[in-house]
Design a protein around this ligand. Structure first.
Ligand code: RIB
Ligand code: CA
Length: 325
């Protein structure tokens, strides 16, 4: 398999952090060029520091991490009246649950994430794949500022949206809800999109049994993963509606890139609602082609859950275990 040149755009956040660890443990398949961060699960100050913490934890102090947009296009507060929780309710005040990693020494790049996208894509001799696991504000800004970069994107694999109900509101999934206009710009950009929504990711929930398997790996990384993900299993955990564990939404992007055979997909027309109503951020997926419009995304609706966790465990096992005393 040819190595995939990849940029991750994310808002770490517990599941984003696991996605970064999965990508960095998959060096045969993925050449991670850089990590850009955006507001979402927590403010940008935390998402960029968390990305740097996770890269250091993974033994990659060389990784380039960029700070992106600190807010969505329009956030006049009307949307916050539709929901009763925010990202930090699920990911904790630091965005990494109970994981206490020291402040990062890995430097933050001085270039803004949006300019990094534009410069890197315009100058790249090959097309680049982008994994987006936060709101799409950075990408939408880059597409508007420099449309020529669209032809340099191999594909944009997005964790976001849903065919069915949302998680932050009945209509919308958190990443698209956080910036509906940005999602609209991206889904009307013409860039090849793979959309991995809640219908798929809700199925990859942590269990205490799986966490025990990870704990047994006995490495600083596995311990940090336990400290992060056991946050979902504490007695007063604030869980998404309809789930009983921590939903590992974002690692599905990396698993899809490494083992696409774990997933079932369908080409479909997708429209993002940018109204100022309870539908704000809704992704309407024309799953049965009723509208007769050209499909605008490859929409994922099924995952081999066993295969997903087997891959994740095998890759986390690649991190060096504590030296036996
Ligand atoms: O709705 C789930 C998504 O929102 C995940 O990417 C999670 O990290 C949050 O960003
Ligand atoms: Ca995320």
């Amino acid at each position: 398999m040819k190595k995939i040149p990849l940029i991750m755009d994310c808002d770490p956040g517990l599941d984003d952090a696991v996605a970064i660890l999965l990508a960095l443990a998959s060096l045969d398949e993925i050449n991670l060029l850089g990590i850009t961060t955006v507001v979402g699960n927590c403010p940008i100050e935390q998402t960029e520091q968390n990305a740097r913490r996770i890269c250091e934890l993974a033994g990659r102090p060389d990784m380039k991490v960029y700070r992106g947009c600190p807010r969505s296009f329009f956030d006049f507060g009307f949307r916050s009246s539709f929901t009763d929780y925010v990202g930090s309710d699920i990911h904790g005040e630091t965005g990494l649950g109970g994981c206490k990693l020291p402040p990062p020494t890995l430097p933050l790049q001085s270039q803004n994430a949006v300019n990094y996208f534009i410069e890197t894509l315009l100058n790249s001799p090959t097309k680049i794949t982008i994994a987006a696991s936060g709101c799409l504000t950075n990408l939408a800004c880059a597409f508007i500022m420099e449309p020529r970069i669209k032809e340099k994107i191999e594909k944009l694999v997005i964790m976001g949206g849903s065919i069915g109900i949302g998680n932050i509101t009945p209509a919308a999934e958190f990443n698209f809800y956080t910036d509906p206009q940005a999602a609209y710009v991206v889904f009307t950009s013409g860039v090849p999109i793979v959309m991995i929504g809640l219908d798929t990711t809700r199925k990859t929930q942590t269990s205490e049994k799986w966490l025990a398997e990870i704990e047994a790996l006995g490495s600083p990384v596995s311990q940090a993963v336990i400290d992060m993900l056991s946050y979902y299993h504490r007695p007063d955990a604030f869980l998404e509606v309809g789930v009983s564990g921590g939903v590992l939404h974002d690692p599905n992007i990396i698993a899809y890139l490494i083992k696409p055979e774990l997933y079932k997909v369908r080409e479909a027309y997708v429209e993002i609602d940018i109204s100022s109503t309870v539908l704000a951020g809704r992704s309407t997926v024309d799953w049965h082609g009723k509208l007769g419009r050209k499909p605008t995304a490859t929409v994922v609706n099924e995952v081999d859950v066993k295969g997903f966790f087997a891959l994740l465990t095998e890759r986390l096992q690649r991190y060096t275990a504590y030296k036996k005393a």
